[in-house]
Design a protein. Structure first.
Length: 96
């Protein structure tokens, strides 16, 4: 039996990382602050610290109602008048 170090070889393909997300169908691209907030029209809405420093897309779907998306996933709706985020169903959760 061989040890992993005896059979390991480096990949010929370089790792280029994940491309920067872009949101061509959204109205704006906003970067989440280090404390997990989304700042939109001088309103601060708590989103998630796990998205700190990441760009999210926002699209106005109704007056003062904005859809928030990260990469290919819609996260929820922001109500600017109430300063709240209403999350959508977890796309990674169990299928019911």
């Amino acid at each position: 039996m061989k040890y992993p170090a005896e059979i390991y070889s480096a990949s010929a393909r370089p790792y280029l990382g994940i491309p920067e997300p872009h949101y061509p169908f959204h109205d704006r691209t906003v970067v989440v602050t280090s404390c997990g907030r989304l700042c939109l029209y001088n309103q601060k809405i708590n989103l998630s610290v796990s998205l700190a420093g990441q760009a999210v897309g926002v699209k106005e779907v109704d007056h003062s109602i904005w859809l928030v998306s990260f990469m290919d996933y819609d996260l929820g709706y922001i109500d600017l008048e109430e300063k709240t985020l209403q999350p959508l169903q977890n796309p990674f959760g169990p299928k019911v």
